[in-house]
Design a protein around this ligand. Structure first.
Ligand code: GCO
Ligand code: MN
Ligand code: MN
Length: 388
């Protein structure tokens, strides 16, 4: 099927090499799909109409590659980018797969492991920038613990801060045009990961030396794993001017990280997040950090990738309909009715405070005000189900 929901470059849809390239390995079984080379992944993404591709250093260049091998791999990758017209908006470091990082990278107890993590990240930043990335994601998969007796959470925060400060200085020193985006996750692979939510990341960013260079990369699944409302995390990130990137996927509540196709599990939550992004005018890439079911073959992986993008575009259309729907809009007007109480309006003055303190409120009338949220939510549901 081909229609108005198909992706266009205006949509800025991106996928990581590790997403469509996921061979279906899980904690209980090995790969079920062939390992695709970075070049064939780029070709696949070109075919399905993506705008860009992101990677971890070792998705592209194996950890033990020689300099000559790296050059060959990067040249072939660049050729595939040119041929398909895809770009690399974001890059990141794999600081979780290698056994060296078994107890963390930036937050490891070992000064040598911490130094190696910085070394690996600087080289990965160079590679990302070489391929055009203007955004660099930090997801601290191994930055956590199972045993609080063995780790000091306060020390971990200091180490994380030191590492990020070092790296922002490095980026400035190199003259790179690169911003950082921190991605929170509550658990998996560690029992508890430090800075587990987007809200925690936002507070931490303010403690960094170059906080202006650092924002967040909220992920749907990660906030849902923590039982939180993803759109609320987006709102806080946007309000702070920190929504630099986004990881779109889906997740059925607090359980293992499912990385489901965008909108496949909780379409209403997906609708609200799309509506939010479109309403505020988010202009960054829309990155799908998800993978196909283990039952999929490569053809079904294409369906998975197309599905993520189509669902986004369908929800964007639904969001436009929501904004124009007369009954929905009049309900919203009714819900938001009420005149501002002048004394409570900014700016603060001591006169207003005194006037407000002595004002009489009709508390009973306030308590009698009902809100037609049932009608509004049913209309939203019917809109999503294609009934209005
Ligand atoms: C996960 C994370 C990762 C990161 C990726 C980019 O749960 O495994 O979401 O996919 O997003 O490492 O930093
Ligand atoms: Mn994830
Ligand atoms: Mn992610």
């Amino acid at each position: 099927m081909s229609d108005r929901y198909d992706p266009t470059d205006r949509d800025r849809f991106t996928f990581g090499l590790w997403t469509v390239g996921n061979p279906g390995r899980d904690a209980f079984g090995g790969p079920v799909r062939p390992t695709l080379s970075p070049v064939s992944i780029v070709e696949l993404l070109g075919e399905v109409g993506a705008w860009g591709v992101n990677f971890h250093d070792n998705d592209l260049v194996p950890i033990d590659a020689t300099a000559a091998e790296q050059d060959r791999i990067v040249a072939a990758f660049r050729k595939a980018l040119d041929a398909t017209g895809l770009r690399v908006p974001m890059a990141t470091t794999n600081l979780f797969s290698d056994p060296a990082f078994r107890d963390g990278a930036f937050t490891s107890h070992s000064p040598e492991v911490r130094a190696y993590a910085l070394h690996k990240t600087m080289r990965a930043i160079d590679l990302g920038v070489e391929l055009g990335a203007s955004l660099y994601v930090f997801w601290g998969g191994r930055e956590g613990c199972e045993c609080d007796a063995g780790k000091d959470a306060l020390e971990a925060l200091k180490r994380m801060r030191e590492a990020l400060n070092f790296l922002t200085h490095y980026v400035k020193d190199q003259g790179y045009d690169l911003r950082f985006a921190l991605e929170a996750k509550p658990n998996e692979p560690r029992a508890d990961i430090y800075l587990p939510t987007t809200g925690a990341m936002l507070a931490f960013i303010e403690t960094l030396e170059h906080s202006e260079m650092v924002g967040v990369n909220p992920e749907v699944a990660h906030e849902h794993m923590a039982g939180l409302n993803f759109t609320h995390a987006l709102a806080q990130s946007w309000d702070a001017g920190k929504l630099f990137h986004i990881d779109l996927n889906d997740q059925n509540g607090p359980r293992y990280d499912q990385d489901l196709r965008f909108g496949s599990c909780n379409p209403k939550a997906a609708f609200h997040l799309v509506r939010f992004l479109e309403r505020v005018g988010y202009e960054g890439p829309r990155h799908f950090d998800a993978h196909a079911y283990r039952s999929a073959d490569v053809e079904d992986v294409r369906s998975f990738a197309r599905g993520c993008m189509r669902t986004y575009n369908i929800l964007r259309e639904r969001a436009e309909q929501f904004e124009k729907h007369p009954e929905i809009q009049s309900l919203l007007m009714e819900i938001r009715a009420g005149d501002p109480v002048e004394e409570a309006q900014p700016p603060y003055t001591s006169g207003k405070a005194a006037a407000l303190k002595s004002r009489t409120f009709d508390r009973k009338a306030l308590g009698e005000r009902a809100l037609p949220y049932e009608r509004l939510d049913q209309l939203t549901t019917e809109l999503l189900l294609g009934n209005i």
